[in-house]
Design a binder for this molecule. Sequence first.
Ligand code: DP6
Length: 321
Amino acid sequence: MNDKTATAKAHTNIALIKYWGKKDRELNLPTTSSLSLTLNEFYTITAVTEGKEDTLLINNMMQDPKRIHQFLDFLRQNVGDFPPLTVISRNMVPTSAGLASSASSFAALTAAVAKYNDWDLSEKELSRLARRGSGSATRSFFPGFAVWHEGTDDESSFAEALPATDLPIALVVCEIAGTVKKVSSSDGMMRAMTSPNYAAWVEESKQQFEEMQAAIAAKDLAKIGELAEKNALDMHALNLTATDRRFTYFNQMTQDILAKVKELRQAGFLAYATLDAGPNVKIITSQDQAETIQAKLKEAFPKLRLEIATPGPGFSYIKED
Ligand code: DP6
């Protein structure tokens, strides 16, 4: 057996304009283009080496390899054959933070497998391939802000970085212990698509996607926050109005934090909320206000775990010793 190992690192990302629906489940094509911020503090490092069968270890714990086995088979059939792999991942994404660890995980895995096989792939190609593992992974190869173009087919649905900016944006991540029954993002978005309001959200999202890029270019943090909050809250309203098993990711704490964010804003702070497939609120703010906002949240909710995140780098390969 070959003892070659390839290791890659990818950071997770938070969508400011969300991906919440698939127009093609097989190809994992989204119904909307989305826009994200890569986060410096949260990442995954993944090493792959030959094994007897595809296996997955995350933070030293054996995991069900079904999802990555399917993805590895997709790569074997579409890019080039390779032996069974042992996949060893270290996830520096707090599990309760409700940040999509599948984004950094599938991006790091795609890059590690490409390196293992000496595939000479562009970032665009890596992004397209990772999309088949998890949509949000498409955006996790790039530093700072990234856009995932929805595209119309396998070829045209990929992400790329927006021009670099020194925008002092920060995120205060509120970690609420999960008491809500988990609905996976894949299942949640399929249900949301049955909302009578879905088409209107898609339409508005198209406009918000353009406006968000303009707000980033203009370094208008308040506008970025305003657009992101509206896009996210309207996305969560789709879950509540789904005709197929409507649901919500919110719990009481979510509501209380959202009220606090509004209160902070009324008091003159730069604070806007966004949420993904879970109850946790992420507060969009500026780097110079992040610690004050963190302290205010801690004062109001002493049990809450809070972390500050800032813009992060693109993916990288890690040299084996
Ligand atoms: C709410 O990327 O986890 O975080 O493609 O089915 O794996 P799959 O979905 P996933 O969905 C992420 C949804 C989201 C919004 C976003 O990241 O854009």
